[in-house]
Design a protein around this ligand. Structure first.
Ligand code: KG4
Ligand code: ZN
Length: 332
């Protein structure tokens, strides 16, 4: 069984080939155009997907050494994501499946982040909890089987990736700032500064308050010392990162208490954060959890995870009709 998968939900055009359960290729074209605007510009993202999609898919097939006539199915991200971006991947996938007369498989991008854990050898056992943290989402997911999962807690406003990126922007760092906060935080003291965090009920999160707290903190300090940010960048980054990580781990601990599940996974772009990875591994050891952290290349957006999710659907015979359209706000 050979599946080609296409991911185009935001600003990464990616294609991957999965053959008999193994990922043979995973090609990602990152759109650098957005950096100068300080965030993803949807119209530009859509146009860049149009430019990248054909060469990216061709490269994924050639890297995998698979001819298009040997494909068994075409998978694509139906949502959630930016409509103009999703449309490019969906249209391409539909045309390819129609042309080759093979089945089409729609994939939910957030479920695919969770299922990225099945690409490598060490896999979580069911049921497991997955903290999915990306630029658009922050979710605690209870996963009962590959295709049965439920969101048991989520952010009520900004995603944690957005909190990283917006904090970085306030510090004058380029987009996307999450990885840069991670980089500078390595040199800083996580307890140098404290930021107030609000309480959210149950297993829900809120990250809009911290952004405002950081804004006021920087405004107050730069008023008396205009060089405050340059002088204290590592400590500021380490403190912001520490605060965000603690907010995530507090709810994760609560989710474990409430569900009594000790198989713990993280997924999504923010799971590439080295501070989060280390803190989660330490917490897991303390608490006796089995912790699963994806390889770096499967944390941020990629088509390998779409192919993995599609394989589970293929096995269940869950195919998609040609009249499908993207769902920017697709839920589970
Ligand atoms: O999953 P993803 O690639 O795209 C979405 O589906 O949103 O996540 C992108 C997010 C961005 O907010 C980016 O800043 C954040 O993941 N991110 C990080 C790191 N690497 C990516 N945040 C903190 N530390 C990192 N190392
Ligand atoms: Zn994502």
């Amino acid at each position: 069984m050979n599946i080609v998968a296409i991911e185009s939900s935001c600003d990464e055009t990616s294609a991957a080939v999965l053959a008999n359960g193994r990922i043979l290729s995973n090609v990602i074209a990152t759109q650098l155009i957005h950096e100068q605007y300080g965030g993803v510009v949807p119209e530009l993202a859509s146009r860049a997907h149009q430019q990248h999609i054909l060469p990216v898919v061709a490269r994924a097939l050639s890297d995998a050494n698979i001819a298009k006539t040997d494909l068994s199915a075409v998978a694509f991200t139906r949502g959630p994501g930016l409509l103009g971006s999703l449309l490019v991947g969906a249209s391409f996938a539909k045309a390819l499946a129609l042309g080759l007369n093979i089945p089409l498989i729609e994939v939910n991008h957030m479920q695919a982040h969770v299922l990225a854990h099945f690409i490598d050898e060490r896999k979580p056992a069911f049921p497991f909890l997955c903290l999915t943290v990306s630029g658009g989402h922050t979710q605690l997911v209870r996963v009962d089987s590959p295709l049965v999962m439920e969101v048991i807690g989520q952010t009520q406003d900004d995603a944690v990736g957005e909190a990283f990126d917006k904090s970085a922007k306030l510090l004058g760092l380029p987009y996307p700032g999450g990885p840069l906060i991670d980089k500078y935080a390595k040199e800083g003291n996580p307890l140098a500064f404290r930021f107030p965090v609000g309480e959210m009920p149950e297993l829900n999160f809120s990250f809009s308050g911290i952004k405002t707290a950081i804004l006021y903190f920087l405004r107050d300090h730069t008023r008396t010392n205009p060089d405050f940010i340059q002088q204290h960048l590592p400590d500021i980054c380490a403190s912001i990162q520490h605060t965000l990580i603690q907010m995530l781990l507090t709810k994760l601990k609560r989710a474990v208490r409430e569900t009594d599940i000790r198989e713990i996974a993280i997924a999504g772009g923010v799971s590439a954060n080295s501070g989060l990875r280390t803190a989660l591994m330490q917490l897991g050891e303390e608490q006796g959890w089995n912790v699963y952290i994806p390889r770096f290349e499967y944390c941020t957006d990629n088509a390998a995870m779409i192919a993995m999710a599609a394989q589970f659907k293929y096995e269940q015979g869950e195919f998609t009709a040609q009249d499908v359209s993207p769902l920017p706000r697709m839920s589970f």
